[in-house]
Design a protein around this ligand. Structure first.
Ligand code: SF4
Ligand code: SF4
Length: 173
């Protein structure tokens, strides 16, 4: 068990729900496989290689991506420098299955004029459905969205997160 978990966190059962950090693009999808391949002794070469400066070392000494710092351009510099195969790309494999998700705290849903995310999206993946009283609900086209995260930082109320699709069995749960 993680020695860093506090007693109070254990009592609240938080260890059950602890999620691993969001890993860089083209990371091994299975977290256990990623953790086995990515050795903290590498020193985070991918972190240093990222020209967008959006990779940092997580508490476990392995890389995480932080969209609040900027967007991923999918340049693959992080993959190219990774010596272990924890980040690996074969052919035209997709970097990940992430897409943008916009929470109900969105200003536009509340009727405040804001199109910051739509303006930031280079893929035109975000549309707005006009409603009553000046409201406009943003919608993300999951087919077009690349999960680049460019829409995250411009949002003034931090309403946007990058999420993987929820498996069908979890929908049914
Ligand atoms: S693909 Fe490029 S921009 Fe994206 S995390 Fe890797 S190095 Fe950074
Ligand atoms: S993650 Fe990128 S492609 Fe997807 S909606 Fe945001 S800016 Fe557009």
């Amino acid at each position: 068990m993680d020695q860093n978990l506090s007693r109070s966190a254990l009592l609240r059962g938080q260890w059950r729900s602890a999620k691993p950090p969001r890993r860089p693009p083209w990371a091994l999808v299975d977290e256990a496989a990623f953790a086995a391949a990515c050795t903290p002794s590498c020193g985070g070469r991918c972190v240093e290689a990222c020209p967008e400066n959006i990779l940092t070392l997580a508490r476990d000494g392995r890389p995480q991506i932080q969209f609040k710092r900027g967007e991923c351009t999918f340049c693959a510099a992080c993959v190219d420098i990774c010596p272990s195969g924890a980040l690996t790309r074969q052919g035209d494999t997709e970097p990940w299955s992430l897409t943008a998700r916009i929470a109900e705290t969105c200003l536009s849903i509340a009727g405040v004029t804001c199109r910051s995310c739509g303006d930031a999206c280079g893929e035109d993946a975000i549309g707005f459905q006009l409603g009553l009283n000046g409201t406009a609900r943003p919608t993300v086209d999951g087919e077009t969205c690349t999960g680049c995260g460019a829409c995250v930082r411009p949002c003034p109320v931090d309403a946007i997160t990058m999420q993987a699709p929820v498996p069908a069995e979890e929908h049914a749960a």
